[in-house]
Design a protein around this ligand. Sequence first.
Ligand SMILES: Nc1ncnc2c1ncn2[C@@H]1O[C@H](COP(=O)(O)OP(=O)(O)O)[C@@H](O)[C@H]1O
Ligand SMILES: [Mg+2]
Length: 257
Amino acid sequence: MIEIIDLYKTFNKVHVLNGLNLHVRAGETKVVIGRSGAGKSVLLKSIVGIIQPEGGCIRIGGVDVTKASAAEVNRARRHIGLVFQNGALFDSFDVGENVGFVLDEFTALTEAEKRARVAHTLSLVGLSGIEDMMPSQLSGGMRKRISLARVLCMQPEIILYDEPTSEVDPVTADAIQKLIIGVRDRLKVTSIVVTHDMNTAYKVADSIAMFYHGQVIADGTPDEIRSSRHPVVRQFINGEAEGPITDDESLKFGHVK
Ligand SMILES: Nc1ncnc2c1ncn2[C@@H]1O[C@H](COP(=O)(O)OP(=O)(O)O)[C@@H](O)[C@H]1O
Ligand SMILES: [Mg+2]
């Protein structure tokens, strides 16, 4: 469904994506983990066309969107939704408008059909009937669900989630994890979930890929990743720093002052 082949992207002479390969099967939820700055968001933005990679290809349903004609690219990308990390809601629009405005741009639905689609989509994320609320009245978790509703309302085949559970409390994180699983099971979408939260990764993943220095250094089932012997993977999933952050010798050797 999604094939990333030998992808390169450089910012300020740094190879953020350095020959990256990643395959996502139809209907699968692939979780991408890696430290801050590893290039996870750059990958998602490259897939939706916000960022242009310098080399390699991105095949969506067989179409290489880095080389196809504009019309083909639009057709392929019409079926992809990106749920942004910060929600990207418009504060002066109410919830109904925030969810439904994409329908104005990309569909020819009537006003009544649009209202019905928005209402249905809000019910999918467990927020029926809040069309008239303003973003300022919503909790962080609700904002994240509204931004997912905006994507769902386009009925995409592929959903890309950027840090869906960052900055929310554990109960809200659990609700969002269940939504991601529910969307996969009920709507049969193919997803990439970017996160640095291993709890989310283990819960929602069919498979997990770890980014490091612009490449995928491990890719496997949650159990395979959990039992990986790769030192960088072990360090990441166990939440260990790469070295002491102090020059104080007494601390380096674990003495208590
Ligand atoms: N538009 C941009 N211009 C310059 N540098 C960028 C841009 N987008 C991302 N970067 C750099 O690319 C690196 C990877 O960023 P990003 O993909 O956002 O990391 P993360 O894995 O945390 O999502 C970072 O060092 C970031 O500063
Ligand atoms: Mg990011």
